[in-house]
Design a protein around this ligand. Structure first.
Ligand code: SAH
Ligand code: MG
Length: 954
């Protein structure tokens, strides 16, 4: 409701101030400038004046998208601002105190307002509606000077407010305003109306010539603009139409003709679509039965009946019922001036409006990457997130779907309580929905809440609720994950809701059961009846969109290898060009790529560029881009480029991306696919590396290598296996030192990392083949592709096993499984396991603050980062780690010692990287035991090197 206390004396309970109403309508688009009146500044920068001391008066200018106002002088700045806001409201026809009126008074006011609108005074004033009058006066033919009631209804805010008082149903049936205007005009003798036949009003006596001459400046040039024709029947395609408006023509007549109507008087006009200052509206025919409605009891009118069927596509975008065929155009008279404003509405804009109603689409649009970007299912940090924030998208989703603004409630929980709560929640969660968790878990949502809550100060949880306009609760999301920053809690809760909604829109026919299961995964409870009531209109349209999805698959035979699946093998066939720089992405790093996406026909004969970006950034491993793209960049290093093909996305996406929709449509009529060309420009390391490098010298990774080296020397080990060797940093570094090692082995399940490890080890071992090389003792080296939770007899009986910074990359149960497998089956004499000490993160984060003081974004970032690396599934405190290692050691007859690198054992909060060293307790016949396991070769040899005959196998 648009209400507000008057400025000087608020009689009624204050509701909304003029400023608040302006804020609601325009947000940041309303700009206030307060200026000192007595001493105008010389430098033309009035904003500075308010800094000066001394008693003075203030004046405020308020700039809105279409016009600006300047207040009178006030003693207080805030009064000047309120006054300016009040003036703007008046200009907009919004009367803050209008709710004081009774329906009868409003009716009287309405008649007075219509009378005023047709006055000479109004014609010469500045109002979008007076521009219509002027254009209508220039009209040639029967209708000259007559104004469609629908135009008055859309242009005058005051009239609308009065109608809402007369009948609150106007809010949901805005076309009733047209009826009220017609009825009001019937009562005015100076006007000509014929409500039985047409919806237009004309002055009985023409305007005096001098009034006409002084106000009507003839438009000299014709206007040509593009609009969109949206047929009522879903079978018929949406098409562009051209509107040609001659200097003597009235644009509404032109639109009417395109709709097959005789003139503007038969048209109804919707509210504006999109931003407040937009002139984008739907135009459609007022049916005959609508005309008849004029004669009925208007004060109690319920709704207007339309003869034509509902236009589902138009109504969906508009949020208002549109009947029959319609035209979507951005044209009209505005506050800015008397000239006809117009903008092209293309097929591309239509499809953009359509996809912006879906969370994923809104995100894609905000990134200007409709074909490449995806709404990530998880929010990591503010600095890594690209595109609109989840909260913003959720708010605009609600606006788009005519729901109330989402209600967020965050609560802060002190540290100790939060620990208990998260335990409790965890228990509840497990017992309630253990099954679904397993099914849908993506590794992020199931992160142990206990681990997250451990930290300083309090934690936040956020609850989100969505309500319909009728205040019915549609859904609520109460996540049990705790966040250190309130904002993170809000963003994550918003994202959960968005992800669920997005899943729904992607498969609108999803059975209720599945939708419920999915809701569970996102900690959402929804009310199916209220939910389906609100999204009913999307159903018909979205279903229709799905039909349009092009199912044409391009046969593989025409030389195009399409990536459907994102399995690593699929991507491995892709040709990558350029030398391997070694700088490559890993989960959590920020990538910057240059890309283009084009439609290509069979045999790659024709190509149409759809979308491209010189620099496009995204966070790796979060699902922020289409899966193919993410899978492909994992194969690349900085400076390399590649090209790959995917199947076509839904037609709506293609057309939303296409600048030339006619060309795109021509392509879509024959089988084609999407070609992506990418160059990897930059990789910014995940925060873990940045933090570790900032604080430790030598870097923590180097210190870990040195730690392992010491144990090799002390134990005179001749064989070493590195569990989770990654790209071989430990194995490679070991080659720089003279040791007793003869056999070195690495195991990992990332093929990409392994191939890098193979490359560096191979070149180092061959280069260092001269007898004086430090690593001359090494006789063989092998890299295996396999999971360290699987047994392989070839790894039994090694002197030393290392597992550095690996377990936290596995789910906790898998980490425990690894412990059991390694100590019960592989049984190395010594096993060194390192993992981050969660308690140390505060220090890493604090140091990051001081070292990057100049970047406020970075500050927020480091504070909100819970784990050191986004790929970490958990990080343990010292206590958690000790507990795990001690029990493990006891189970398998090992001893264990604790140590670490970075920081010190004696200083809180301990080492940065905590290390457990397990030693096999000597048992007679230990060697026999291993034979019981028999031969098991679950790992695949990726690369093998022997001093006698170096060879590369793959
Ligand atoms: N140890 C290396 C790499 C650490 S990153 C170093 O210190 O630099 C963690 C590595 O563990 C990744 O390369 C990942 O592929 C690997 N990893 C995670 N789970 C694994 C599993 N189940 N089996 C084998 N490797 C695994
Ligand atoms: Mg790690």
């Amino acid at each position: 409701m648009e209400t507000g206390g008057s400025l000087a004396h608020t009689i009624r309970k204050p509701t909304l101030t003029p400023k608040a109403i302006i804020h609601q309508k325009f947000g940041s688009k309303a700009s206030y400038k307060v200026e000192e009146v007595e001493e105008p500044t010389q430098n033309g920068c009035p904003g500075l004046a308010i800094l000066q001391k001394g008693p003075c008066l203030y004046r405020c200018s308020l700039e809105l998208p279409d016009f600006s106002v300047v207040s009178g002088s006030f003693k207080k700045k805030k009064d000047a601002e309120q006054s300016a806001a009040q003036m703007a409201l008046e200009k907009l026809g919004i009367r803050p105190s209008v709710d004081n009126l009774t329906a009868e008074e409003a009716w009287t006011d309405l008649i007075a307002r219509v009378k005023y609108i047709f006055s000479n005074e109004f014609l010469s004033g500045l109002h979008p509606l007076s521009s219509h009058f002027k254009a209508a006066l220039c009209r040639v033919g029967d209708h000259d000077g007559s104004i469609p009631a629908s135009v008055i209804a859309i242009c005058d805010g005051k009239l609308n407010n009065l109608c809402k008082i007369i009948n609150p149903k106007v809010e949901s049936h805005p076309f009733l305003v047209v009826s009220y205007i017609m009825r009001a005009a019937t009562g005015l003798p100076e006007l000509v109306v014929n409500p039985e036949r047409q919806l237009s009003i004309r002055k009985k006596n023409p305007y005096p010539t001098d009034v006409i001459e002084s106000s009507v400046s003839q438009q000299s040039e014709s206007v040509t603009t593009m609009a969109i024709y949206i047929p009522c029947s879903p079978e018929r395609a949406v098409e562009p139409v051209t509107l040609n408006i001659s200097p003597k023509g009235y644009y509404l007549d032109v639109i009417a003709q395109k709709l097959g109507l005789s003139g503007a008087n038969e048209i109804l006009i919707s509210r504006t679509i999109g931003k407040a200052s937009s002139e984008t509206r739907f135009y459609f025919a007022a049916s005959k039965s609508y005309l008849l409605e004029m004669s009925s009891d208007l004060l109690n009118a319920k709704a207007v009946k339309f003869g034509e069927p509902l236009n589902a596509r138009a109504s969906y975008i508009c949020g208002q019922d549109i009947y029959g065929d319609s035209i979507l155009a951005s044209i009209g008279y505005t506050w800015k001036g008397q000239d006809l404003f117009h903008e092209y509405v293309t097929l591309q804009s239509y499809y953009r409006m359509l996809i912006s109603k879906i969370p994923g689409g809104a995100y894609k649009l905000s990134r200007e990457a409709i074909l490449a970007a995806e709404l990530p299912p998880t929010f990591t940090t503010k600095t890594n997130w690209r595109g609109s924030y989840p909260r913003e998208i959720l708010c605009s989703f609600c606006r788009q779907h005519w729901l109330l603004e989402p209600v967020f409630s965050t609560s802060s929980i002190p540290k100790k309580a939060s620990l208990e709560l998260s335990r409790l929640n965890k228990k509840l969660k497990v017992s309630e929905s253990a099954e679904q968790k397993v099914e849908y878990a993506n590794g992020h949502d199931t992160v142990d809440a206990d681990a997250k809550s451990v930290g300083m100060g309090s934690s936040f949880i956020c609850e989100v609720k969505l309500y319909s306009k009728c205040q019915d609760l549609i859904l609520e999301c109460v996540s049990n994950v705790l966040y250190k920053k309130q904002n993170d809690a809000v963003q994550n809760a918003s994202l959960k809701v968005l992800s669920w909604l997005n899943a729904y829109f992607k498969d609108i026919n999803m059975p209720l059961e599945k939708l419920k299961q999915l809701a569970n995964v996102f900690d959402i409870k929804f009310y199916p009846q209220n939910f389906s009531k609100e999204v009913v209109s999307c159903r018909s349209v979205e279903n229709f969109q799905h039909h349009e999805t092009l199912g044409d698959k391009v046969p593989e035979s025409n030389g195009i290898n399409i990536l459907n699946d994102v399995a690593e093998d699929d991507v491995s066939s892709i040709d990558i060009e350029g030398p391997d720089s070694g700088v490559c992405p890993s989960n959590g790093s920020l990538l910057c790529v240059c890309y283009s996406a084009s439609l290509v026909t069979k045999g790659k004969l024709q190509k149409e560029l759809l979308e491209s970006a010189e620099e496009f950034e995204f966070e790796m491993g979060t699902g922020a881009v289409i899966p193919c793209l993410e899978a492909v960049v994992t194969k690349m290093s900085v400076g390399q480029s590649t090209c790959f093909y995917t199947e076509l996305p839904p037609q709506a996406l293609v057309l939303a991306a296409a600048k030339d929709s006619a060309n795109a449509l021509a392509f879509l009529s024959s089988p084609c696919c999407l070609e992506f060309s990418i160059i990897l420009l930059r990789v910014t390391e995940p925060p873990e590396d940045r933090m570790e490098q900032a604080l430790f010298s030598p870097p923590l990774s180097k210190q870990r290598v040195e730690y392992a080296l010491q144990h090799i020397k002390d134990s005179c080990a001749t064989s070493l296996v590195d569990f989770g060797c990654g790209s071989g940093s430990l194995l490679e570094s070991l080659l720089d030192y003279p040791t007793s090692l003869e056999t070195i082995v690495g195991v990992d399940l990332s093929k990409k990392s392994l191939s890098r490890a193979a490359k560096v080890l191979h070149s180092k071992l061959t280069m260092m083949s001269d007898p004086d090389a430090p690593c001359r003792s090494i006789k063989s080296a092998v890299l295996y592709d396999g999971s360290i939770t699987d047994f392989d007899s070839r790894l039994c009986g090694f002197d030393l096993g290392t597992c550095l910074e690996v377990i936290e990359h596995m789910e906790e149960d898998q980490a425990c499984l690894f412990g059991d497998v390694v100590l019960s089956y592989f049984r190395p004499k010594i096993l060194i396991v390192s993992t981050p000490n969660y308690e140390y993160n505060v220090i890493l984060q604090r140091s990051n603050l001081t070292s990057q003081e100049d970047d406020p974004e970075e500050k927020i970032h480091s504070q909100s980062c819970k784990f050191r690396n986004h790929d970490h599934k958990f990080e343990w405190t010292r206590e958690q780690f000790n507990h795990w290692a001690s029990e493990l050691a006891v189970r398998h007859n090992y001893s264990v010692e604790f140590s670490g690198v970075g920081g010190s054992a004696d200083l809180e909060p301990g080492f940065a990287s905590q290390i457990a060293v397990f030693r096999r307790v000597f048992q007679p016949k230990e060697d026999d035991l291993q034979d019981d396991e028999g031969l098991a070769c679950q790992y695949r040899v990726v690369w093998e090197w022997n001093r006698s005959k170096p060879a590369l196998t793959n």
